[in-house]
Design a binder for this molecule. Structure first.
Ligand SMILES: [Zn+2]
Length: 103
């Protein structure tokens, strides 16, 4: 694969073309990319699937859509946590507010 890609004329290849030319498993090429042993910035037509939805991407593990989805899910979760904490602290406030009257 390295030898193949070292040729200037092969730098425009897609993964499918590399698989054809080198008879190397696509999985292995994807692994090279994941391990950063293939710097795809040098190869404009190489992309790999998003780990969540399979859309072709060229950087990170997820496409921008999935990243956004996950971020909004996380912030939603944080909001939920925040709300729970607020309810808890309000309960405590109530407790302390009632207690002095009992003294
Ligand atoms: Zn995705």
């Amino acid at each position: 694969v390295y030898k193949f890609l070292r040729k200037q004329s092969n730098r425009q290849s897609t993964i499918a073309e590399i698989v054809d030319a080198t008879e190397v498993d696509e999985e292995l090429i994807l692994k090279f990319i994941r391990l950063k042993r293939l710097q795809i910035s040098q190869f404009p037509n190489i992309n790999y699937p998003c780990e969540r939805c399979g859309k072709a991407i060229r950087k990170n593990k997820l496409c921008s859509q999935c990243e956004q989805d996950i971020h909004s899910q996380i912030s939603q979760m944080n909001q939920e946590e925040e709300r729970k904490r607020e309810i808890e602290s309000r309960k405590k406030d109530t407790y302390y507010a009632i207690n002095p009257k009992n003294d």
